[in-house]
Design a protein around this ligand. Sequence first.
Ligand SMILES: C[S@@+](CC[C@H](N)C(=O)[O-])C[C@H]1O[C@@H](n2cnc3c(N)ncnc32)[C@H](O)[C@@H]1O
Length: 367
Amino acid sequence: MFTPRDAPYPELKKTHTMAHKGRPWTDYKPPPAAPVWAAIEGLGRYYILVAALELDIFDALQRTGPTTVERLAEELDVPVDHLRSLLDGVVALELLDQFTDIYELNDAAKRYLVSDGPATMADLIGVAPGPHENWTRLADTVRNGRPATPIEDDPAAFYVPLVEGTFTTMFRCATRADLKIRYSAVTAPRVLDLGAGGAPWAIAILNGCPDGTAVINDIDGVIEVAERKIAEHGVAERCELRPGDFHTIDIEPGGYDIVVLGHICRTEGAEGARHLIERAFTALKPEGRLILADYFTDIERKFNPHAVIMGTTMMASTERGFTFTHQEFSEWLREAGFTQLRLVEPIGFQQSFVATRPAASVGSGSE
Ligand SMILES: C[S@@+](CC[C@H](N)C(=O)[O-])C[C@H]1O[C@@H](n2cnc3c(N)ncnc32)[C@H](O)[C@@H]1O
């Protein structure tokens, strides 16, 4: 006898309705929960790394070489079981290696986490996300349109450790940028570095240009970091420190070959960022160049999660901060009068716009 077979994917039948089954039949495969777990684990992952740095684990492993948890626990004077749990967490983060119970630094740890590593980020990790307590109040910040304690309340307290922590990376980027920008080909350039932090850009450019001079700006309380760094790098006598607010300090019009806006636009909001671009335009000599370094999102604000989350980080801890798209910056640069726009990435994740003030200026260039 012929028995009709049910289709592999039958249409919804009466017997499959909510009334009979509680929920309709579906061939829908549920999505994995991995992105949810990744978010939950994000907090633990971050604090595992913070604790490992606080306990000096990476520097200790550099001293001891590959070793057992018992030997490391003795070296650090902490209980073995707790240390093993933390070390295994760092191994899960792929920032240490463990083989037959011997722990050792891997290449990433040697480069980024040992305090004297060639590209160390050790001092940056604690400060990079902004004040940690602002993350626990993020929903309130969204509700109120501003964080309860923005970093602008006490900028020097936040920026001094930040710019000390970012110096190594930004200095590498600024030094490597010469391969793309060839600032070293400019004769005796005059450089303006606004919101310079430790002045990684000004120092790198002066290193590449033995006859160059620089005006270095930052707020009182932070500019002292630049003062120390320019002395350490032997370029202090070619630098003028000009403390104050980069929106209002005096800047000689048409006085500079290179103006640097290094990671300062994203705290200023669209209006503030445009004002800084216009100030840079006015400050440049004809054919002078602006270097504008920041984290830029793509046009749909979703293909570069690093820049997107940097924007959320700004929102969490600053009064006006957001990240902006490449397109927005391109438009603002063109509207200010810049031409020959280029985007360079001297090292991974560090992009800069390079733009030229044309010989015959067509833009507003007004303050
Ligand atoms: C993210 S850091 C960037 C430092 C450096 N330009 C770099 O690229 O590494 C931002 C800098 O801008 C400075 N800054 C913030 N607001 C400022 C203002 N209104 N006037 C001058 N500097 C300011 C901060 O003190 C800090 O040094």
